[in-house]
Design a protein around this ligand. Structure first.
Ligand SMILES: Nc1ncnc2c1ncn2[C@@H]1O[C@H](COP(=O)(O)OP(=O)(O)OP(=O)(O)O)[C@@H](O)[C@H]1O
Length: 253
């Protein structure tokens, strides 16, 4: 059975432009599914509806029409490595929070083995990092902590909203590889929304391209990356490659 299935999802928002009855159609009749262990990248430019889609898939927003079905537990990693972690909590406590919140553990000290395992999974040494505060971490380390927290309850599904967009070019790829490897080791399917098609091509098995709230192209990542059919998909690949070459030439990364 699919761990995530969305059928004909639509969502529009009212626009306050002085005229009554104006709407922006953020998500427009989207259907998608994710089988256990699969990985799906949802790609699109700014404002195409990616975050709205994530909020609908996670049940944080009610659709105007359509349905979402999720099986089992889900984990979430957001875009902002600075806003996403409580600044007053040490990393060990942050990572343990889903176990405590969901009643899987009663006391923090009972969570220690799972916290150590989850931090090791994202390649952070538990002895060094568990006592630190988020302010004592780099952006890439913070996203690893967010990933450890998302995976600690062994979810069947991980949803990631632009997880690398606020990171330096040089740490993007390593965090992306970690998302792929850590999810695979935990047996979690993942859906990642991003504007970075090269990054999705690197770690996702399937890719959907969104434009103005609709999916305009989808298929296996290799097919989309090597033989894109839509002009927008071709543009996204070309722009992504140009940006990458610029960084490679200028900074050797
Ligand atoms: N609460 C809201 N009220 C009104 N309009 C909204 C609301 N949330 C989103 N929108 C509009 O819906 C459209 C899709 O927004 P969304 O945030 O889903 O796009 P996105 O693809 O995630 O963009 P970005 O990559 O810039 O974060 C945009 O035109 C946005 O202005």
């Amino acid at each position: 059975m699919d761990c995530l299935a969305a059928s004909h999802l639509s969502k529009r928002f009212p626009v306050r432009d002085g005229r009554s009855g104006s709407f922006v159609q953020a998500v427009d009749d989207i259907s998608l599914s994710l089988a256990p262990g699969e990985s799906l990248g949802v790609i699109g430019t700014s404002g195409c509806g990616k975050t709205t889609l994530v909020r609908l898939l996670l049940g944080l927003l009610r659709p105007d029409s359509g349905t979402v079905t999720r099986q089992g537990r889900s984990g979430f990693v957001g875009q902002d490595p600075y806003a996403g972690l409580c600044p007053a909590m040490p990393v060990g406590r942050i990572v343990a929070e889903p176990l405590l919140f969901s009643g899987l553990a009663r006391r923090l000290r009972d969570c220690a083995p799972q916290v150590e395992e989850a931090l090791a999974l994202v390649r952070l040494d538990p002895g060094t990092y568990a006592p630190r505060l988020p302010s004592q971490l780099s952006g890439g380390e913070r996203q690893r902590v967010a990933l450890a927290r998302a995976l600690i309850c062994s979810p069947g599904l991980l949803v990631l909203d632009e997880p690398t967009s606020m990171l330096d070019q040089e740490v993007k790829d390593s965090v992306a590889d970690l998302i792929r490897d850590a999810s695979a080791r935990r047996g979690a399917a993942f859906l990642m929304v991003t504007h970075d098609i090269l990054l999705a091509g690197r770690i996702c098995g399937r890719i959907c391209v969104m434009d103005h709230g609709r999916i305009i192209e989808e298929g296996p990542a290799e097919q989309i990356m090597t033989a894109p059919r839509q002009p927008l998909t071709r543009d996204l690949i070309r722009i992504g490659s140009d940006v990458k070459s610029y960084w490679a030439e200028r900074y050797g990364i």
